[in-house]
Design a protein around this ligand. Structure first.
Ligand code: DGL
Length: 274
């Protein structure tokens, strides 16, 4: 019988954005196997209601646990903001979300200005999860949120370093004085893919940050405490998606040398509680 420690870690996002989290997880946990699910058939999550996002997230968690996996990382800010709290008590295995780690990233980078700009989907902004997270962690921090939904499609399109992406970012950020912020927190896992375009827009002394590294450390700590860390000699990544994905070579280059293709899973329906 396979022990829990030997099982992979499940990771999901509405699409490819969660690969930015998977990358950090693989760096911090180099001896783990991973199963990644991109729920592209139902992307975007960021425009949906809380009830719908919760049901999508629940079906992804159920699907991954049925693989089986030993823990699930919700590598999507929208699903973390809208569903993590509800889902945690429903499952025996640990679930991790990305909002708390995004808050930690903002705190570590905001410097003396004590002010952060959080960029996310419309749903993440509406949930106020980041406002609440910062208020809990450091009530003196000033937090401004902006929703930037078009950036999700530009990331899925692979326009990471592109003049159109740069203009869309300029447009979204035109309502704020960027110099007022110590850090810009990318509160959507798609946005770190667009870092080259962001860097052309942000003043040089404003840090661009996101929570993937803190999240990976949290997962490592928790699995360590549970004595469930893996020790795979030849770690594997299985990439699954709920619909076809046209691979963007730039995304995979140097990231997933042993995982060249997404396998389409026919449907998440039929899985318990889907
Ligand atoms: N990557 C997801 C997030 O972190 C959202 C993209 C979407 O709207 O589906 O919020």
């Amino acid at each position: 019988m396979v022990g829990l420690a030997q099982l992979p870690i499940g990771v999901f996002d509405s699409g490819l954005g969660g690969l930015t989290v998977l990358k950090a997880l693989r760096e911090s946990l180099p001896r783990e196997d991973f199963v990644y699910l991109g729920d592209v058939a139902r992307l975007p999550y960021g425009s949906k209601s809380q009830a719908v996002v919760q049901s999508y997230a629940r079906s992804c968690v159920n699907f991954l646990l049925a693989q089986p996996v030993k823990a699930v990382v919700i590598a999507c800010n929208t699903a973390s903001a809208m569903a993590l709290e509800t889902l945690v008590p429903e499952f025996e295995r640990p679930l991790f979300g990305v909002v708390e780690s995004g808050v930690l990233a903002g705190l570590s980078q905001c410097g003396n200005k004590r002010s952060v700009l959080v960029l996310g989907t419309e749903a993440t902004v509406r949930s106020e999860a980041y406002l609440k997270g910062f208020a809990r962690a450091a009530p003196d921090i000033k937090v401004v949120q902006l929703s930037c939904p078009l950036l999700v499609a530009l990331a899925e399109e692979g326009w990471f370093d592109h003049s159109v992406t740069e203009s869309v970012i300029r447009h979204y950020l035109s309502s704020v004085d960027l110099n007022a912020f110590g850090a810009v927190v990318l509160g959507c896992t798609h946005f770190p893919l667009l870092a080259p375009s962001f860097h052309r827009v942000l003043p040089p002394d404003v840090s661009l940050t996101h929570g993937a590294r803190f999240l990976a450390e949290q997962v490592q700590r928790e699995l360590g405490l549970r004595k469930e860390l893996g020790a795979s000699e030849n770690p594997k990544v299985k990439l699954l998606a709920t619909d076809r994905i046209q691979l963007k070579p730039a995304l995979l280059e140097g990231w997933f040398s042993n995982a060249s293709e997404f396998q389409v899973v026919s449907s998440l329906a039929g899985v318990a509680n889907a």
